[in-house]
Every structure is written in C-alpha cells, then in structure tokens.
Design a protein around this ligand. Structure first.
Ligand code: XIL
Length: 358
C-alpha cells in the first residue's frame, strides 16, 4: 500500500512506464473493415502462428513489427527465447523475463502461445551438456528444467514442443546421440512428456522434427517412436512437422499420407516451422508466384483435415529468416513479407486460401 507521502518520482515514472507499455501493446493492433489475415484465420478456426524473432525484445520502436504480427496471426512461438540456453543459462538460475513478455503480449492480443522447446540437442547451456553427469544427475537436471519451465507457464501455453529432433536416421538405432540419449538412454523422451504433463495437464504436448514431413525412412522412425509412446500410455498429443522446405521439392501427397497415419494413431499434427525458400539466384516473378502456390497448397492440405491443428510460419519477414545463413546464402526469401514488411505473393495466396475456407 502506498500513501501519498510515499509517492516518489521513481514511483510516478514506473507507473507512467506501465501505462505506456499497456498503450504501446494495445496500440499495436488495429481493426478495419476488410478482414485481416488474422480475422480470416479466426473466422475459419485456423490456428495460424508465427515465430517471434529476438528483436521483439529490443525496444518499443518495434511497433510496426508487432502490428504485423497481430494483424496477421493468432498464435505466436518464440524462435529462440524459450530454448533451454535462454531460460536456464546457469544451473538453477531461471530467466523468465522474455517469456513473461511474450505471455503478456499474447494475453493483450488474444494470441495463442506455443512453447518451443523443452528438450533438444542444440541451444542448451554449456553446463547442461557437460558429459560428466551421471544418469541420475542428468535425469534430475532434465526434470528440474521441464517442471520449472512448464509450471511457470502453466495455463499460458497452448502447446509445448516437448522433445525436438530426437530421431537421426543416420544412426544404427535411429536415435540422435545427444547428451540426453548418451547419458539417460531413450527413456528420456517418455520421462520428458510425463513431467511436462504433470506440470501443466492442460497443455498439448508435441514431438517435433524436420525432414519427417512426408513418408520416408525418418518419418517411419518418428511414427514408430510416437506409436510406442501411445502404446505405453505416455501423454503425447501430437507430432510437429517442421516443414523447412525448398521450393520445388515438396511432395504434398506424401505429407498428407504421413499426417493421416499419425492421425490414425489418435495424434494431431501441426505444421510448426514453415518456410519455403527460393534459390537465391532465381528469385523472380515466377518463383515468387510458385512459392505462393506452395504456401496455399500446404495450407489447404492442413485445412482439409481437422486433425492438422495449426500452421506456423517460421518468422515474419525475409529480414528475420534463419535460412540465408543456414544455407550459406544459397537460399533466401522464404517468408510471407519482404524486408520492409511488404506482402509477397506468398502472403496473398495464403490469405486468399484462408479467406476462401471461411
Ligand atoms: C533456429 C532459429 O530460427 C535460429 O534463429 C537459431 O539460430 C537456430 O535455431 N529447428 C528448430 C528451430 O526446431 O528451433 C530452429 O530455429 C530451426 C530448426
């Protein structure tokens, strides 16, 4: 309780900052007579998400970025901010400031929030990946990370990617030799899901992977993994298909068939990290249009099956995309907006696909 004689300049400044924060936050979204892509997605019941770049946390000068997000999407996921190295940089020291900022933004704009990701072989802090933990010690590290993180976000996260990229089709046992696998063994996957479910029984829990979208050797192994989990009564709700695609190499029929077999197991699928990159030396009117067609095709594929429950684009604009760096700049222009937030043919096609589905 604060009496008037205790109201200091510091207190007033703090309150002003709070009010400004609320205004900035709410001011980021607008409504207009033509439906935005977000409104169209809401109307046809599509969970349409986007990955949030780290520049979201920089300053208030990012209103334009925030407006594009909430005018066009109804779900968000942190591209990096919720990975273990960001949440628990030192053992036992949890950093939830950015997570809280995302939660606040999602609440202010009625956006669903996906959690990505609890267990992975990459982007884990150095102390976590040290090889000298015993099995019991590493199990305890894993449990603490999952329980603390999921409990902190309880009720705020619509779906968690609990385990990311655990299958490696190049290994004799198909298991990626991560620190988790090497020290704990394959049971780390079941344990992770059980703990996540304990900490937030309402959140949907996903296994997420790449290059396992269509039917192939890797997706066969993902299928076996999640089928085994279902048989053992592990609380898994779905499989995330990352969908980092190159234009011209997408087998839509095969993706549909893979989705169908997962749905038959009683699992949902979500398209969790969609980008469709172009050959950097062949960015032209035709390739941009074909990219649009591919976005539309994949969206129709997801919309046509009510067990495909979300479509998430891995970034807002081409300025943010991880693809150029990943591909040594051979691939580029993978997203819906260009560097200046201009809508691309990919946006137009996705938008009309969703509008036509209302
Ligand atoms: C990527 C981010 O987009 C990059 O910014 C980061 O440098 C590396 O990770 N599969 C995943 C995502 O599950 O977390 C990855 O995100 C892309 C591949």
């Amino acid at each position: 309780m604060i009496s008037s004689k205790h109201i200091s300049l510091k207190y007033i400044l703090k309150q002003l900052k709070l009010i400004a924060g609320i205004l900035f936050g709410l001011g980021a979204c607008t409504t207009s007579s033509t439906p935005t892509m977000r409104q169209a997605a809401d109307q046809c019941g599509v969970n349409l998400g986007v990955a949030i770049h780290d520049r979201f946390f920089d300053t208030d000068s990012l209103n334009r970025y925030k407006k594009v997000i909430c005018d066009n999407f109804n779900m968000i996921v942190a591209e990096n901010a919720m990975k273990p190295d960001r949440i628990q940089p030192q053992k036992g020291t949890f950093y939830f400031q950015e997570v809280n900022e995302l939660i606040r933004f999602a609440e202010n704009h009625q956006l669903k929030l996906r959690g990505h990701c609890l267990v992975w072989h990459k982007q884990i802090p150095e102390w976590m990946s040290k090889d000298n933990y015993s099995k019991e010690e590493l199990l305890s590290v894993l449990k603490t990370h999952i329980i603390t993180t999921v409990r902190h976000c309880k009720g705020k996260i619509y779906a968690w990617d609990v385990v990311n990229e655990a299958i490696d089709e190049h290994q004799p046992d198909y298991m990626r030799p991560s620190v988790w696998m090497k020290t704990i063994g394959p049971s780390y996957i079941d344990s992770a899901f059980v703990w996540a479910h304990q900490a937030d029984p309402e959140a949907l829990l996903f296994y997420n992977d790449y290059d396992a979208e269509g039917i192939n050797e890797k997706s066969d192994m993902v299928y076996e993994l999640v089928k085994g989990m279902k048989d053992r009564g592990i609380p898994i709700d779905g499989v995330g298909l990352q969908c980092h695609f190159e234009l011209g190499k997408i087998d839509f029929e095969s993706i549909r068939n893979n989705m169908l077999r997962l749905h038959e197991l009683g699992l949902q699928t979500q398209i969790t990290e969609l980008d469709i990159s172009l050959d950097s030396s062949a960015v032209n009117v035709q390739s941009r249009q074909k990219q649009g067609d591919a976005y539309g095709h994949l969206c129709r594929l997801c919309l046509s099956d009510n067990q495909c429950t979300a479509l998430v684009i891995w970034g807002v604009s081409d300025a943010d995309s991880w693809i150029p760096q990943l591909s040594d700049y051979k691939r580029d222009k993978a997203l819906l907006f260009d560097e200046n937030f201009n809508k691309k043919p990919a946006f137009d096609t996705l938008y009309s696909t969703i509008k036509n589905a209302i």
